[in-house]
Design a protein around this ligand. Structure first.
Ligand code: NDP
Length: 284
């Protein structure tokens, strides 16, 4: 984790902000919150892989009034290179830059390899494609990790050490994710000390955020756990999630638009997944 000099002015200007997977759940909550908490005249891109689901969300949010005129819809499937390229070009042409990228889209479920492809590789491709247009002086990337993906979840010491290695590269991290997929194929994932697939992919996203923070020291690149939130995914973990989507949006929105004192490369969470606080940097 690094700390660079914070500029008190850095978030006063209108921002161009993009949220992936924002047609429902926490992503929708993030957009709703940004409509009041982002600097006025900011442009907020609500994106979704399915056009009709995304447009329905924009219609609902527009009905709320207020700053909904700042809301723009665009299709974005994080696993589809052409879909990403189209939006990168659109934002480059319309604004010349992106200020804040919020990597929210993810899946859970039972298809372990698909989970790696969407959560890790999809997020990686979005970062790679948008980084060239992310504002060099004060741009930010916020990624939704999870307390489930803490390093402590990895019983295999070698894997744990590799993920936590402060010199890990994207190539080495991708090789680890591929090793996990190969172990799944061979039915050896649990024998080889991997935790559940969702945890592997969220750890992959957290490690990726750390690598990018080291590689791009002028940006603020952080990852967070939003807590246990009442969404389709949150409920699929068993039991009734205690937090609303507005509460789940609190930490990511803070990381997107508040003064972070220059912190980059942090894993932000609350002391418990039920807690509705604004989060602080925690040991990953
Ligand atoms: P939801 O399942 O409610 O929403 C996930 C969103 O991601 C949906 O909009 C979904 O679109 C979208 N998505 C899935 N695949 C893609 C893709 N290929 N391209 C673009 N969008 C896609 O999840 P949550 O709101 O609960 O989770 C949001 C984030 O927070 C995730 O990263 C999750 O891992 C993280 N998180 C959630 C927790 C919780 O308790 N809910 C706890 C910790 C972390 P569609 O509607 O088309 O499926």
């Amino acid at each position: 984790m690094s700390q660079r000099a914070a500029s008190p002015e850095e978030n006063m200007n209108p921002q161009v902000i993009l949220v992936t997977g924002a047609n429902k759940g926490i992503g929708y909550g993030i957009v709703r919150s940004l409509l009041t908490s982002a600097p006025s005249r900011s442009i907020i891109y609500l994106t979704s892989r399915d056009v009709s689901r995304g447009q329905k969300a924009v219609t609902e949010l527009s009905a709320i009034g207020g700053r909904s005129s700042n809301l723009v819809y665009h299709q974005l499937d994080i696993t589809d290179e052409q879909s990403i390229d189209t939006l990168v070009n659109k934002i480059r042409n319309a604004h010349g830059r992106l200020d804040v990228l919020i990597n929210n889209a993810s899946i859970a479920g039972t298809d372990n390899e698909l989970m790696v492809d969407v959560n890790y590789y999809g997020t990686l491709m979005v970062c790679k494609k948008f980084l060239p247009i992310i504002e060099k002086d004060h741009g930010r990337i916020v990624t939704m990790g999870s307390a489930i993906g803490h390093l402590a979840a990895f019983e295999n010491e070698e894997i744990r050490n590799q993920l936590g290695n402060p010199e890990l590269t994207v190539e080495q991290l991708s090789a680890l994710m591929d090793k996990y997929k190969a172990d799944c194929k061979d039915g050896k994932a649990s024998e080889n000390g991997w935790p559940m697939a969702y945890a592997v992919t969220k750890a992959g996203e957290t490690a990726l955020s750390g690598i990018l923070a080291r590689k791009y020291p002028s940006l603020l690149i952080n990852v967070c756990c939003p807590g246990w939130v009442n969404t389709e995914m949150g409920a699929s973990m068993g039991g009734k999630p205690p937090k609303t989507i507005d509460e789940g949006a609190i930490i990511p929105v803070r990381l997107a638009v508040s003064d972070l004192g220059g912190v980059s490369g942090g894993f932000w969470e609350n002391p418990s997944v039920m807690d509705t606080g604004v989060g602080s940097v925690s040991v990953w």
